[in-house]
Design a protein around this ligand. Structure first.
Ligand code: PMT
Length: 412
């Protein structure tokens, strides 16, 4: 698996809400997660967005009128329904929700929703009074009872100018809800501890030593693990990137703090993923106040910090799985293998950080997964979200192998 929705066909139904134009943004966000999006518009939906916009965006044909060629439609709605892993209706008007609840099939998207076997996701968008009307609420309840996922609308300014509940949920949140719904759940019940970002080592009252880590890789690992069902705690150095959804976040500043917080939580985790770029050295003393400017050179003595991952490796108990990242500028594989052995890791992600466009402070990564059993998996350049999924695929598979070997030993 690459991106969470890679290789997955999703039907996006855009209905006659004022927010129909936001359907394009929902399509884009689903595509960002790797989905193959097939959009369909109701006739009312075409009042706000054209089929051509959606066709250009998704690269797939867009169906509007199911009666334009009944022969073809007959085939299309069934074949698409078979391929679709989910039907997402966003925005869903009050009329659309009523039709879905009743099982009417007078437009392509409703007919397809009836023929589809995958889950239905409904993101309502309408006037607040229409949303709170008992008829709409009963229809939503009926859909929920049938297993549909309702992505709740937000409170905000509505098309009428009034402020109330009824604004389409953030398209990114809709896509994330779809990804979560379809996630394999193969880390359910697993406790994952992630270190992420840089650390900052103070020199004086206003200056510090740090590095170019943004926290994006660690956060992508944490978000992906949470999506797959894990209980995730992230110990993160100072970063400005958005927090990973569904994770417990512990913010720290220095390598010393990160060591303390990570080591305290390590005994209760099943998988440790050390993606942080921890300072290897810290100033031996922090000067009081701000160091004054002057002509004389200044010497700063640095002393080594404690290695969080190595210390966890030494304390590792049977059943715990350790993933390290090796940021290398030369002899990538040899150096990464050395770290794998020295820190008692099960898997190391070898990152060539001399390569432009990947690694530190980029949205993309590339590298190799080196496993303790000697296997080597090359990962081409891809988005960090996709990279994280590939690392987790390897973790899930290797843990299964380890578990089997452990059970075999116990029965011998
Ligand atoms: O944060 P981003 O901008 O997204 O960038 C991602 C990244 C390049 C920082 C990330 O992919 C990465 O490679 N992280 C590891 C960086 C690093 O410090 O590598 P290292 O080879 O120096 O350390 C090896 C391993 O030991 C790492 O897992 C590191 O977290 C861990 N370590 C190192 C030193 C230390 N004192 N404690 C540690 O736990």
């Amino acid at each position: 698996m690459s991106e969470p929705l890679a290789g997955k066909t999703i039907v996006l139904g855009i209905t006659g809400s004022i927010a129909a134009y936001k359907g394009a943004e929902v399509a884009r966000r689903l595509m960002d997660l790797g989905a193959d999006v097939h959009a369909t518009l109701t006739r009312a939906g075409t009042e706000s967005i054209t089929p051509r916009t959606l066709r250009t965006l998704t690269g797939n044909p867009v169906t509007v009128d199911m009666f334009e060629d009944p022969g073809e439609w007959e085939v299309k709605h069934v074949s698409l329904a078979e391929r679709a892993v989910a039907v997402v209706v966003a925005p869903a008007s009050a009329d659309a929700i009523a039709k879905l609840a009743l099982g009417l099939a007078d437009e392509f998207v409703y007919a397809l929703a009836l023929a589809a076997t995958g889950p239905l996701v409904v993101a309502p968008a309408m006037n607040d009074k229409m949303l709170s009307h008992p008829a709409t609420q009963e229809n939503l309840e009926r859909l929920r009872a049938r297993g549909a996922l309702i992505v709740e609308p937000e409170v905000g300014r509505l098309a009428s100018g009034a402020v109330g509940k009824g604004r389409l949920a953030d398209p990114e949140a809709i896509a994330a809800a779809v990804a979560e719904l379809l996630a394999p759940g193969d880390l359910a019940g697993v406790r994952v501890l992630v270190t992420a970002g840089p650390t900052q080592e103070p020199l004086d009252a206003v200056r510090f030593l740090s590095n170019r880590s943004s926290g994006k890789m660690g956060y992508a690992m944490a978000a992906a693990a949470a999506r797959r069902g894990a209980a995730v705690t992230v110990v993160a150095g100072p970063t400005a990137v958005p927090e990973p959804a569904g994770c417990k976040l512990v913010r720290v500043e220095t390598a010393r703090d990160m060591h303390r917080h990570a080591l305290r939580r390590f005994p209760r985790c099943d998988v440790l993923i050390a993606a942080a770029a921890v300072a290897d050295y810290t100033p031996a003393r922090v000067r009081e106040g701000k160091l004054k400017s002057g002509d004389e050179s200044v010497t700063v003595t640095l002393r080594p910090t404690k290695d969080i991952l190595a210390d966890c490796g030494e304390r590792k108990k049977e059943g715990q799985f350790l993933v390290g990242f090796a940021a290398e500028t030369d002899d990538l594989l040899a150096n990464a293998r050395r770290k794998l052995a020295a820190k008692h890791l099960d898997l190391v992600v070898a990152n060539d950080v001399s390569r432009p466009g990947v690694g530190f402070d980029s949205d993309r990564n590339a590298g190799y997964l080196l496993l303790a059993d000697g296997r080597e998996i090359a990962l081409p350049e891809m988005a960090k979200s996709a990279f994280a999924e590939r690392v987790l695929d390897a973790v899930v598979e290797a843990r299964k192998g380890k578990g089997k070997r452990r059970r075999k030993r116990q029965t011998l």
